[in-house]
Write a protein that binds this ligand. Sequence first.
Ligand SMILES: [Zn+2]
Length: 128
Amino acid sequence: MRGNKGKDTKPELIVRRKLREAGLDGYRLQWKAPGRPDVAWPGKRVCIMINGCFWHRCPHCNPSMPKSNQEYWVPKFKRNVERDARNLEALRAEGWRVHVIWECELKKDAADRMFAELIPQLKEELGK
Ligand SMILES: [Zn+2]
């Protein structure tokens, strides 16, 4: 199903390439923690969730709502958003530091700015 997170979606590949370039390797993919973080350093309890804007209802770019079949989409999106919030809470309760990257933040102009903030933060958290 399209709503499921694939292992090698393009946004993930972009993020992983950036991490490798920054020397932030040693991560694990889809770690067995709440919400299965896309990228995780389990030893350091640092993880990254990479969210598709449409399925996870991005707060930044406000993806459009399908015009038809709203009785299906509205509750479905609501469940996705609620599940994300629960996962975040569960991760934080287990001591994880969680970074959420939205698909739209990986667009060319936005990506440099986003990584310029994220990479130093990760380096500090990972002690690299
Ligand atoms: Zn977005």
